[in-house]
Design a protein around this ligand. Structure first.
Ligand SMILES: NC(=O)c1ccc[n+]([C@@H]2O[C@H](COP(=O)([O-])OP(=O)(O)OC[C@H]3O[C@@H](n4cnc5c(N)ncnc54)[C@H](O)[C@@H]3O)[C@@H](O)[C@H]2O)c1
Length: 251
C-alpha cells in the first residue's frame, strides 16, 4: 500500500523531522501547520530532496480547518493512511491558580481537541481501507507532574488516555495508535533559555544521559511505529532516563 501521511505541527521541530523522514522513506506527506510560511518551506525542502509533500495551513484546534485540511489531502492523493498528531504548545510557566480560562481552552484545543477532530474524520476512512497508523506526540509530562505546567500536563495525560482508547476501539480494523513521550528535545519548545533562567543546566542535571534528544531521533521512533502492525496502544518514553531516576544520590 502506498502510504499517505498527515503530520501536524510539521513546520518546525519534531514534526518537521518526522515529515522529512517519512518522505525519505517514500511516504507522501502533508506538512500541516498554522504557520503557512514554515509549512511551505518544509514542503519545498522535501520536494527538492526528491520526496512528495503538500503544505497545508491549518489551525488544528478548529473543526472547519481540520475538515478542509483532510479534504485537500484526499483530493491530492487519496485517503490518508498515517496520522501523526504532533502539533502542540506548552503555554506560559505559572501556577495553576494563575491559569486563565482562555489559556486552558487554547492549550486543550491545540493539544487534545485536535486529536479528536482529526480522528473522528479519519478513523472511519481508515476502517474502510482496513489500515491506519496513528502516532501521538505526548510527553513525559503526560506521565508525571511538572510544577508550572499544570494545563500542559493535563493535556498530555489526556492524550495518552485517548491513545489507549483509540487502540482498544479501532485495533480490530487494522488501525494502530501509539504515543511517544519525549523528555527534552532540541526544538524551540524543548529549549527555552529565553523563558527560564539556566534552562539547559537544569535539563541536563535531571537527565541521566546528560543530553537532549534531536528531532531526528523522535522522527526515527515515529517511522518505526508506523511500520509496525502489532504495536498498538503503546506509550514509549524517550527521555534519556529522566523518568527512570527517582533517586537522591549520584554515585
Ligand atoms: N521539544 C520538546 O522538548 C518536547 C518534549 C515533549 C513533548 N513535546 C511535544 O512534541 C510536539 C512538537 O513539539 P516541538 O518541540 O517540535 O515544538 P515546535 O514548537 O518546534 O513545533 C511545533 C509546531 O506546531 C505548530 N503549531 C502550534 N500551534 C498550532 C496549531 N494550532 N495548529 C497547527 N500547528 C500548530 C507550530 O507552528 C510549530 O511549527 C508537541 O506536541 C510537544 O508538546 C516536545
Amino acid at each position: 500500500m502506498e502510504n499517505i501521511a498527515i503530520v501536524t505541527g510539521a513546520g518546525n521541530g519534531i514534526g518537521e523531522a518526522t515529515a522529512k523522514r517519512f518522505a525519505a522513506d517514500g511516504i507522501r506527506v502533508a506538512v500541516v501547520d498554522i504557520d503557512e510560511t514554515r509549512a511551505a518551506k518544509v514542503a519545498g525542502e522535501i520536494t527538492e530532496a526528491g520526496g512528495q509533500a503538500l503544505a497545508v495551513r491549518c489551525d488544528v484546534s478548529k473543526a472547519e480547518q481540520v475538515e478542509t485540511c483532510i479534504a485537500k489531502v484526499e483530493e491530492t492523493w487519496g485517503t490518508p493512511t498515517i496520522l501523526v498528531n504532533n502539533a502542540g504548545i506548552g503555554g506560559p510557566f505559572h501556577r495553576l491558580d494563575e491559569v486563565s480560562e482562555s489559556e486552558w481552552d487554547m492549550i486543550f484545543g491545540i493539544n487534545v481537541k485536535s486529536v479528536y477532530l482529526f480522528c473522528r474524520n479519519l478513523l472511519p476512512k481508515m476502517k474502510e481501507i482496513g489500515y491506519g497508523r496513528i502516532v501521538n506526540t505526548a510527553s513525559i509530562q503526560g506521565l508525571y507532574g511538572s510544577p508550572g505546567s499544570s494545563t500542559y500536563v493535563a493535556t498530555k495525560h489526556a492524550m495518552i488516555g485517548y491513545t489507549r482508547n483509540i487502540a482498544a476501539e479501532w485495533g480490530r480494523y487494522g488501525i494502530t495508535c501509539n504515543a511517544v513521550c519525549p523528555g527534552y528535545v532540541q526544538t524551540a519548545m524543548g529549549v527555552q533559555e529565553d523563558k527560564v533562567d539556566d534552562y539547559m543546566r537544569r535539563v541536563l542535571e535531571k537527565t541521566p544521559t546528560k543530553s537532549v534528544a534531536t528531532p531526528q531521533e523522535l522522527a526515527a521512533m515515529n517511522a518505526f511505529l508506523v511500520e509496525q502492525g502489532y504495536i498498538n496502544g503503546g506509550v514509549y518514553v524517550m527521555d534519556g532516563g529522566i523518568t527512570a531516576h527517582v533517586g537522591i544520590m549520584e554515585v
